[in-house]
Design a protein around this ligand. Structure first.
Ligand code: UDP
Length: 327
């Protein structure tokens, strides 16, 4: 099988490429390296059938050409990270809306099964205990740019779904809940690698708000196999499926845990949302997935608890520190 992975140089995309290549598939990565890094793909250099193409998902002709030669498409390229979204809302809207439209339209044109990566952000301010795929979405005002990501991804799901149902081309929408693991960067937000880097460097750990907001972090090593299985499961076609973890923690609790597991003497400091993200930021207080649909479809069951997830990131960061990094 020949797979195109958009955003394959990113965190989740690169782990997906690892698996696809290990399974003997040909893989073409399309990535503009805006937030991804070639460093995430060095292990695949020289693997038979692996190819990296630097390019933009807004480039219709390029996308069309790559997709026309593929047997399957995984669309993960996106403008991600809260800092990215609030700093450049227009750019993130264009990439997340039109980029997805390009990829989906090309997949449907060439009748290539496709997966579109979505996010738990689409639930917005809905903080139900165990968010289910058909639950309502609650977005804030459009004047609050932080909602641009949620709104765009929500529309991406519709684009994927409507094209999939009208064309009959298999389509899977994966809704990721705070997926974390090695290679994720804290540069654009993403609290776990930020806290780990701060702890390892002995810098203050920056908890935003009161730290009582809660998240449930999922391991990339659980989520990526889940994505692959969903693509092989006709009952999953043309629906959105939650993928994530099971252990919930407050952000203050996460900071404590990172300090404990790294043996760091970093202090924990509290920073107002306005100072962290700019005025008027609205955070979600809770985001906990119901993954029973994934369980029913593919037997999905997260296998890594929060300590294992944090430890894998710490290990990776420590190993990275011993090799020269690109500038
Ligand atoms: N956060 C934090 N300190 C940081 C970065 C993030 O306290 O240095 C908080 C953020 O405000 C949110 C949570 O951690 O409440 C998760 O943030 P992330 O950007 O990882 O994902 P989100 O769930 O917001 O999409």
């Amino acid at each position: 099988m020949k797979a195109v992975v958009t955003g394959g140089a990113g965190f989740i995309g690169s782990h997906l490429c690892d698996r696809l290549v290990a399974q003997g598939h040909e893989v073409v990565v399309l990535d503009d390296l805006s937030t991804g890094s070639l460093q995430n793909l060095v292990q695949l250099e020289g693997s038979p059938g692996f190819r990296f193409v630097q390019g933009d998902i807004l480039d219709r002709d390029l996308v069309d050409d790559l997709v026309s030669h593929a047997d399957t498409v995984f669309h993960l390229a996106a403008a991600v990270g809260v800092y990215n979204i609030v700093d450049a809302p227009l750019r993130s809207l264009r990439i997340n809306l039109h980029g997805t439209e390009n990829v989906v339209e090309a997949a449907v044109r060439h009748r290539v099964p496709y997966m579109v990566a979505s996010t738990s952000e689409v639930y917005g301010k809905n903080d139900a205990d165990g968010l289910k795929e058909d639950d309502d979405r609650i977005y804030g005002s459009p004047t609050k740019s932080r909602w641009s990501y949620a709104a765009a991804k929500g529309l991406d799901e519709l684009v994927a779904y409507v094209h999939g149902s009208e064309s009959g081309v298999p389509c899977v929408i994966t809704r990721f809940f705070n997926v974390v693991g090695p290679r994720q960067t804290g540069r654009y937000g993403m609290v776990v690698p930020r806290f780990v880097d701060q702890a390892l460097a002995g810098r203050p750990i920056t908890v935003y708000g009161t730290g009582t907001q809660r998240r449930c972090f999922g391991s990339v090593f659980d989520v990526v196999p889940g994505m692959l299985e969903l693509m092989d499961t006709p009952a999953a076609y043309n629906r959105a499926v939650n993928l994530g973890g099971h252990e919930e923690v407050s952000i203050k609790g996460l900071a404590d845990r990172v300090v404990e597991l790294t043996g760091s003497d970093s202090e924990i400091v509290y920073i107002d949302y306005d100072e962290a993200y700019g005025e008027g930021y609205e955070d979600m207080q809770r985001r906990y997935p119901d993954t029973s649909l994934a369980k029913d479809l593919i037997g999905y069951e997260p296998t890594r608890d929060l300590n294992a997830i944090i430890n894998s990131i710490v290990e990776h960061r420590r190993a990275q520190a011993t090799v020269p990094q690109p500038a």
